[in-house]
Unconditional design. Structure first.
Ligand code: NAD
Length: 240
């Protein structure tokens, strides 16, 4: 495929690649995304997922929030796929500067990536809302119902819920990486969730690559569109 060759050439020529990804990066690891046909948003619940994973719902109804969160958003068995591994390898080779992700699953770090900017937080970090004590994912999974700290406070995942703002430091760093990148690869995201999706506007180069298995609203802005599953795409480009 001509597109794959083009992408490979740009990767070979660059030592300042930045990757920006979304839920589609982890679907090949068995974690459903939100908007594909078989994604989370197309399943049936008492409330729409956007409602359940909002800040006000979490405050009003932590029991229901945690029932959904534990059933549908935690995948402790998931393993990194070829896309995560290839990105980690490119960083190791000094070619890729950062992975910016909307994912909360920690799979980039599990693959070995060091500079990972988690715009929406991580399921691996959880804090007591009263005393601030840290809990890991296994701690949360081991507690029935709403997880509570020794002090009695409710434990909240360090995940950005709807209605909550993004961490400004993480956002600033992401903007800076994107602004200075010569190749920006965006993959597995529908680019519909703001403010994260607006990051594309900061890119100033002329090698903007979009990898997605379906069309996105931003395809026309890309210098190269690669259609396909991102794990399969990367496994053809980077030797693992
Ligand atoms: P999205 O669900 O809106 O979009 C996913 C996109 O990935 C779609 O455009 C789809 O066509 C594409 N896609 C799916 N599988 C793919 C594959 N194998 N290869 C290439 N493309 C593929 O996800 P989003 O844009 O990340 O935004 C939704 C929000 O959902 C984010 O804020 C994120 O925090 C959250 N989320 C995270 C996870 C996770 O951590 N793994 C999972 C679901 C949702």
């Amino acid at each position: 495929m001509r597109e794959l060759e083009q992408l490979k050439t740009w990767i070979d020529e660059s030592s300042n690649i930045v990757f920006f990804g979304g839920a589609g990066v982890s679907t090949e690891s068995g974690i459903p995304d939100f908007r594909s046909v078989d994604g989370l948003y197309n399943q049936q619940y008492d409330y729409p997922p956007e409602t359940i994973i909002s800040h006000s719902f979490y405050r009003r109804n932590p029991e229901e929030f945690y029932r959904f969160y534990k059933n549908k958003m935690l995948f402790p068995e998931a393993k990194p796929n070829a896309a995560h591994l290839a990105l980690a390898k490119l960083e190791q080779q000094g070619k890729l500067k950062a992975v910016i992700t909307q994912n909360i699953d920690g799979l980039h770090q599990a693959a070995g990536s060091k500079e990972v900017l988690e715009l929406h937080g991580s399921v691996h970090r959880n804090y007591c809302t009263r005393c601030g004590k840290f809990y890991n994912l296994a701690d949360i999974m081991g507690m029935d119902g709403v997880p509570r700290c020794e002090c009695g406070g409710i434990i909240k995942p360090d995940v950005v819920l709807y209605e909550e703002g993004l961490d400004q430091g993480t956002l600033q760093k992401s903007v800076s990486y994107i602004r200075h990148a010569d190749v920006l690869i965006i993959g597995g995201t529908s680019l519909t969730v703001y403010p994260a999706a607006g990051l594309i506007d900061y890119y100033q180069g002329s090698r903007l690559v979009l990898i997605n298995k379906s069309v996105t609203a931003m395809d026309s802005r890309a210098d190269l569109v690669v259609s396909g599953k991102i794990g399969e795409v990367f496994s053809q480009i980077v030797e693992l």
